[in-house]
Design a protein around this ligand. Structure first.
Ligand SMILES: Nc1nc(=O)c2c([nH]1)NC[C@@H]1CN(c3ccc(C(=O)N[C@@H](CCC(=O)O)C(=O)O)cc3)CN21
Ligand SMILES: CC(C)C(=O)C(=O)O
Ligand SMILES: [Mg+2]
Length: 264
């Protein structure tokens, strides 16, 4: 696989070419993903749930994300590697810079932060200091105690309009990727059209530029539960490499996510 950069994703958006991505936490799976030409990988704070068995992501630390980022980078030199900024690690722009440096030095190409327009100054400060940023909107799991659970976001028109405005504000602030989690398909489509940067969806329908899955969900082996919007590709292929390539193909063709994995 040739080196994937933010320019690659921008070009794909303009061509209307849909791309897949997945979480990864170790070198062996990162290498397997790279061999199947998965262009984008994320060291997600979901590792608190799927690796550590916790019921949410709040306890994950910057050092844990950095540890896994080093492993994933070792297995996948050419993917665009995103790393999650954990809960409270970007509470102020200064803390965000200090913590983002740890992840970039561990091998990330981009950091991801959860939140809306209030993050504009943080995102500007990071991008000015050469840290590319993905802004995560919709169901932001670090806000579970505000939301009262992992619930779909943006159902009411007022909330939907707010999310469109948040996406525009964060793009203007410098965000180079937007990630939408658990939002109705029509809202994800609206945001994907409204911004120039690539939009990656999870539980957001098939109109976004890219898709992401937690790798354990792709294989149907997640601890606790498997979200409704994910799909077990191991069950239908019986082989991990085939599962990954099937997922990549179904994203490219628009077949995944289908109606069963979509909120309307
Ligand atoms: N294994 C795993 N997969 C994920 O996608 C994931 C994680 N862990 N951990 C971090 C966050 C948390 N996520 C989650 C977890 C559960 C639901 C969930 O149960 N959602 C309900 C829908 C709720 C509604 O209808 O409002 C569902 O039935 O899927 C959603 C997102 C997504 N992320
Ligand atoms: C679900 C994805 C988008 C994520 O943030 C994670 O894996 O932590
Ligand atoms: Mg996350």
């Amino acid at each position: 696989m040739k080196k994937i950069t933010i320019s690659t994703l921008m070009a794909w958006k303009q061509e209307g070419r849909k791309f897949a991505s997945a979480t990864a936490y170790d070198a062996s799976f990162a290498q397997l993903f790279e061999e199947q030409e998965m262009p984008v990988l994320l060291v997600g704070d979901s590792l608190g749930m799927v690796l550590q068995g916790k019921s949410d992501t709040l306890s994950v630390t910057i050092d844990e994300i950095a540890y896994h980022t080093r492993s994933v980078r070792a297995g996948s030199p050419n993917s665009l590697l995103m790393a999650d900024m954990p809960f409270m690690s970007f509470a102020t722009p200064e803390e965000a810079c200090k913590n983002a440096a740890v992840l970039m030095q561990a091998g990330a190409n981009m950091v991801k932060v959860e939140g809306g327009a209030w993050l504009a100054d943080t995102i500007t400060m990071l991008t000015q200091r050469a840290v590319p940023v993905c802004a995560h909107l919709g169901l932001t799991p670090q806000s579970i105690n505000i939301f009262g659970g992992f619930k779909i976001q943006g159902r009411e028109e007022e909330k939907a309009e707010q999310m469109v405005q948040d996406a525009l504000a964060l793009e203007k602030a410098g965000a180079q990727v937007i990630l939408l989690e658990c939002v109705p398909k029509a809202l994800a489509a609206r945001i994907t059209d409204a911004v120039r940067v690539p939009v990656i969806g999870i539980g957001a329908g098939n109109a976004t530029d890219g898709q992401i899955l937690v790798m354990h969900d792709m294989f149907g082996i997640s601890a606790n539960y498997i979200p409704r919007f994910s799909k077990n590709y191991l069950k239908e292929t019986g082989d991990m490499r085939l599962a990954v390539s099937r997922y990549i193909e179904e994203v490219a063709s628009g077949e995944f996510p289908g109606p069963e994995q979509t909120f309307n």
